[in-house]
Design a protein around this ligand. Structure first.
Ligand SMILES: Cc1cc2nc3c(=O)[nH]c(=O)nc-3n(C[C@H](O)[C@H](O)[C@H](O)COP(=O)(O)OP(=O)(O)OC[C@H]3O[C@@H](n4cnc5c(N)ncnc54)[C@H](O)[C@@H]3O)c2cc1C
Length: 381
């Protein structure tokens, strides 16, 4: 992956913006368990940080995927709640709309989202269908030129503030992977309800909701792409989700190691700085090596994506590795801080809690293993 001076300029100005505009508020948002997403997205859009790869006709920046790698790495340096909220908007709830949506739908919903005027969510998971997406039950039935939607979606990020959600619903009785459709669902329509705001272990500033749909009527014109191809379209959208999650994870882990090195350099134990104990040097060197491998694996994945190749295998392996490595790094960073690392006043405590999510959200580690085993042709199950 070659980063040009333009890339480095983008990285520098983005880092400056994130540190200036948002970092000072992270603790306050964590305590409030909420972030003002409309304000945040407007500021990011004003700096040209939303819709990096999207068509300028819909308020995109017309750049290529290499800029999304930088966006992810820089977002990751802040905190997980913040990076997740932003990447849901940029890489999880909108890729299908950009790829498959009609001009009218993109003008009405994608452009405002990329201008930071609308907040968006991706709604796939249900109480009885998480890892097994094909088991989902939310149903949309066609009545004239409207879909009538009934069902429940669970753990929906940005869900309490969303202006529209990219919903995956069952639209025929075919069952399994067939008969699902992606529908753009505005949240100001009767029948939509935020039924619960959920209380979480980590990522506390990010709002996570249960959403209910009761005889909600949405125009059939809000269909994203092809009726009956929703599962396949969502699987493609999941690749974008996993890639950005891995880019942000690298940013987060890199910053965590930097902060830990700063601490152990000045903390004295047994008459010398902690960092002068060889065990710490070696452990930190090992973690740095693992992180470097993931960073460069991400770059190989991004290059494949830029060539237009299928990145399922890359994204699956990167997501598995990122989830496990982030748990390991969070644990060691806390360990090397000792008691103060266990205190909520130190960043390590929140980072430890936040870091548990990546092995579950966006497809659990075991789902990555299942996908990889299938790709490799191991077994028949
Ligand atoms: C904070 C947070 C935010 C989220 N945001 C969103 C969002 O915005 N939109 C959205 O649609 N979803 C979202 N999710 C949902 C997330 O993607 C699911 O939680 C995840 O896919 C796992 O599904 P599940 O929770 O139903 O677990 P289950 O499917 O019940 O699985 C439980 C566990 O079983 C294991 N397992 C699963 N399958 C297998 C297998 N084949 N073999 C062996 N073991 C297996 C795994 O360890 C897994 O963790 C979010 C979740 C969280 C926690």
């Amino acid at each position: 992956m070659e980063f040009t001076p333009e890339h480095e300029l983008f990285r520098k100005s983005l880092r400056g913006l994130l540190e200036r505009e948002f970092e000072p508020h992270l603790d306050e948002w964590e305590a409030a368990e909420a972030m003002p997403l409309h304000d945040i997205f407007r500021t990011l859009a004003g700096a040209g940080a939303l819709g990096l790869e999207y068509d300028p006709a819909y308020a995109g920046q017309g750049a290529d995927h290499s800029y999304s790698v930088i966006l992810g790495e820089e977002l990751g340096r802040l905190d997980a709640a913040f990076s997740m909220a932003v990447s849901v908007q940029t890489d999880m709830s909108t890729p299908s709309l950009h790829r498959f949506g009609t001009h009218a739908l993109k003008e009405r919903y994608l452009a405002p989202a990329m201008r930071g005027e609308m907040v968006t969510s991706i709604a796939v998971t249900e109480p009885d269908a998480g890892s097994d997406v094909a088991a989902l039950r939310t149903r949309a039935v066609q009545d004239g030129d409207e879909w009538v939607i009934n069902g429940t979606k669970l753990y929906i990020t940005n869900g309490t503030q969303a202006d529209w959600v990219c919903l995956l619903a069952r639209t025929s009785d075919e069952g399994g992977y067939r008969g699902m459709t992606q529908i753009l669902v505005p949240t100001d329509v009767p029948g939509f309800r935020v039924s619960r705001k959920l209380n979480k272990l980590g990522n506390r500033a990010s709002d996570t909701a249960e959403l209910s749909f009761e005889d909600m009527r949405v125009p059939v014109a809000n269909t994203i792409g092809e009726i009956g191809r929703g599962f396949q379209q969502q699987m493609a959208q999941f690749q974008n989700e996993r890639m950005i999650a891995c880019y942000t994870a690298v940013g987060a882990m890199g910053r965590a190691i930097e902060r830990t090195v700063e601490y152990v350099r000045q903390r004295e134990v047994f008459g010398k700085p902690l960092l002068d104990h060889q065990y710490l040097q070696f452990r930190l060197a090992e973690l740095t090596a693992e992180l470097d491998l993931l960073r460069h694996y991400n770059y190989a994945c991004a290059e494949a994506y830029l060539r237009g190749d299928d990145t399922s295998r890359f994204a699956t392996i990167a997501k598995l590795k990122a989830g496990r490595l982030q748990r390991e790094i969070a644990d060691w960073c806390l360990q090397f801080h000792g008691g103060i690392g266990y205190m909520e006043e130190t960043w390590t405590a929140g980072f430890f809690r936040d870091s548990r999510l990546l092995s579950i959200g966006g497809g659990a580690d075991e789902v990555m293993l299942r996908t990889l085993a299938r790709l490799e042709g191991f077994g028949t199950a």
